[in-house]
Design a protein around this ligand. Structure first.
Ligand code: CP3
Length: 371
């Protein structure tokens, strides 16, 4: 099975390219806004569709995935500047042959208990065959967006996926993952590298299908020491970026911007910004915009980083948090440059859609370029 390469000419002209310009480090008239997990359980229209379809059905059925992708864009029309394809990072372990259930959190009944389990994984993974549904969903969502906003593709990062494959689900201690890193460094490197290849192919496939920008989610990499970050997490991240760029270039495509969200790895931001591997570094809420700008020195665009929990503080708290973040990124300038606004992590199920709307209105107001 092989999918055709789609180009801009196959879709409606893009009406709002704010996020693409910001990702390239350019000035924008206001900060583009999107939110991690903008489609999800806090939306009544999402809960409605969840009644009749299981989580992975929603990910694997291209028309359901496209519909869920568009839900927040419709609800916050004029306030959201990107759509993110509805899927999950755990489709990569599935494509590598592991069973993943969502009950309601991730559960992998047969995790990788020891390096012997590497033999269970196929040597190569045909992403068109295993993850073709993601590519179909991307094309469908892009068509349905009719050029309103760009479509974000994504994948999980190797260390985060490695941890799920070894722990068998979420964990507080990461004990089993760390045991692998300490006891089996060679086999850990091999597993991380094999995950990276599948992730790169997943991103390439999404761009071929119509994704206009992509993000790599490294949600748990902050659990590593800075030394382990450099030794184990960084090499496969660099591999994703270089395979992504070289494979797309070989197809005659210009690689769209690539964002890395390395949550909790703020001590490695400077190093990341010097690798040239990522166009945008997405920030969690644990660093000030001023400090993030200083350590990354203008080498990359930045994304973030309002506290997601400000949404539970009432309108005044939301407004104050947005003002603080806007002031931090924009500083003395007339307007934003190379900044994509977002929360420092995903929306949680208890967030109220009215508060999310108010948050987005504040971003629009306080990030606007001054005359
Ligand atoms: O709107 C979007 O952002 C797109 C969809 C999306 C989902 N998951 C849908 C989802 C994206 C980008 C993800 C990424 C993802 N998945 C990450 C990285 C981002 C992050 O939050 O750190 C991670 C770590 C996962 C793994 C995962 N999937 C977890 C830990 C959970 C359970 C979360 C919980 O609170 O129970 C999921 C399930 C999941 N993925 C849901 C959604 C909307 C909720 C489950 C449901 O709707 O039934």
């Amino acid at each position: 099975m092989s999918f055709p390469v789609k180009t801009d000419a196959d879709f409606a002209p893009l009406k709002n390219d704010l996020i693409l310009r910001a990702a390239r480090g350019e000035e924008t008239e206001r900060a583009p806004a999107w939110i991690m997990r903008q489609a999800g359980r806090y939306l009544p229209e999402y809960m409605e569709l969840s009644k009749s379809h299981t989580f992975f059905e929603r990910c694997q059925n291209p028309s359901l995935s496209a519909e869920l992708t568009l839900q927040p864009v419709r609800r916050y029309s004029g306030l959201l500047d990107a759509a993110i394809i509805f899927c999950d990072i755990l489709v990569v372990p599935q494509a590598m042959g592991l069973v993943v259930e969502m009950i309601p959190g991730p559960f992998l009944p047969e995790p990788m208990n020891s390096p012997l389990d590497l033999a269970r994984l196929p040597k190569t993974v045909d992403v068109d065959e295993k993850l073709g549904y993601v590519f179909k969903a991307i094309t469908l969502a892009r068509e349905q967006l009719k050029g309103e906003v760009p479509l974000v593709g994504f994948c999980g990062a190797p260390f985060t996926l490695f941890s799920y494959m070894i722990e068998g689900g979420g964990t507080k201690t990461f004990q089993k993952s760390k045991e692998w890193l300490y006891k089996y460094p060679k086999e850990s490197t091999e597993l991380l590298d094999r995950i990276a290849v599948v992730c790169a192919d997943l991103l390439v496939g999404q761009v071929k299908a119509g994704a206009q920008i992509v993000q790599v989610f490294d949600s748990w990499v902050g659990e590593l020491t800075p030394y382990h970050f450099i030794t184990f997490a960084l090499p496969p991240l660099l591999k994703i970026s270089s395979l992504y760029r070289s494979k797309l270039t070989a197809l005659g495509l210009i690689p769209p911007p690539i964002i890395l969200f390395a949550k909790g790895a703020n001590s490695s931001l400077e190093i990341l910004s010097k690798t040239n591997a990522f166009d945008v570094l997405a920030l969690d809420w644990c660093i000030t915009p001023e400090e993030a700008k200083a350590v990354t020195g203008g080498r990359v665009a930045l994304q973030g980083n309002a506290d997601p929990l400000c949404l539970f503080g009432g309108k005044d708290a939301i407004e104050a948090e947005v003002r603080r973040v806007c002031a931090g990124f924009i500083g003395e300038s007339k307007g934003p440059k190379g900044w994509i606004s977002n929360l420092g992590h995903g929306l949680t199920p208890a967030a109220l859609p009215v508060d999310v709307k108010f948050y987005l209105e504040c971003v629009k107001k306080y990030s606007a370029r001054r005359a």
